[in-house]
Write a protein that binds this ligand. Sequence first.
Ligand code: PMP
Length: 414
Amino acid sequence: MTTLKAVAQAQAALASRRADFPLLVKFPELHYLDSAATAQKPAAVLDAMREYYETDYANPHRGAYDLSARSTERYERARKRVAKFLGVRDADTLIFTRGTTESLNLVATAWGRAKVKSGDEIVVTGMEHHANFVPWQQLAIAQGADLRICELTEDGRIDLDRLRALVTPKTRVVAFSHVSNALGTINPVRDIAAVARKVGALVVCDGAQAAPHLALDLDALGVDFYAFSGHKMLGPMGIGVLVGRREILEFMPPYQMGGDMIEFVYDETSTWNVLPHKFEAGTPNVAGAVGLAAACDYLDAIGMAAVRAHEQMLLELAHKMLGEIPGVRIYGPAAVADKSGVVSFTLEGVHPHDLATILDEDGVCVRAGHHCAQPLMRRLKVPATARASVYVYTTAEDVEALGRGVERARGMFG
Ligand code: PMP
């Protein structure tokens, strides 16, 4: 096939894909470049949730009647679907949560309070989102442990030599992001896990920015816990995932107490339900799980390799366009192949918030701020950056509009 024909085919596929996203159809002038914050929803996800509410809706797990059994079946089918998408064979080790934040708090609280003692060490990195930083910091304070922060290389990667030096036999847990939300850096999960394993530390990976963009085989990834949010991968808000190793989940005390997570409740004590229910107290978000499963179907139909190839093309273009504008500084790895989804940048003389406001006038949606990564911003010695992020529906035209807008801002501020 000629290159031109391949390009034309890819463009036609993208045009029909955009038609799947009602909000993008409704606002064709919008250049939505904030998918790292949350992704737009395809009609297939919205339809699946509506269909569940109209057909099988009842409180699951509780009723003896058929409708409740159908609701339970939808929920458990969604769990299996998401597990398959992630390469998780034992679907009962996939816990549905509210999102990455709740997943990470669950581990830091339930596992951390049981296992981390005074004098122990907890290792995180200098690029973590607050959701994978503050729970560990507060656990360290509560237990009298030492929070150790692995510094980064100049180009925003985890410095593996420093990590090796930082991890000691006292290290109980190493927590890090698979992909940085503020830099786009793809971290070498296996190498980091190997360092942690050597001293028997727990390996916790924040996959919020990876699960939507990279093909995953979690059973083979070598981590103990992996967390992400549905809303960043075309699913609805309010549903997320924590995948854990069975032995650890079985040992861990529950995180929240209430309905569904118990086996027997006596006046004096209680016993816990089996996995995954032990960690899913209260009425679950069945519609959210159904929507997330539909998002997995949608992504699988495109193919995660194609998702990655499309995003790489857009990041190449963004790096090139922004790199040619005087005064622009891009943070994170220079090579697009080492990044996923995100371009974080500043324009000299223009505060990122002003830049985002100017871009908004052109319908270009980017995020400006510390991206919930204040420790990282301090290390970069900037108060904030502007961040453009792409996904399956993003076009080259969106990225070109970003480039034109940044040029315009530069003109305005001289
Ligand atoms: N970790 C990373 C790397 C993220 O990008 C985010 C979302 N910005 C989170 C954690 C938190 O996700 P949520 O707000 O969906 O819980």
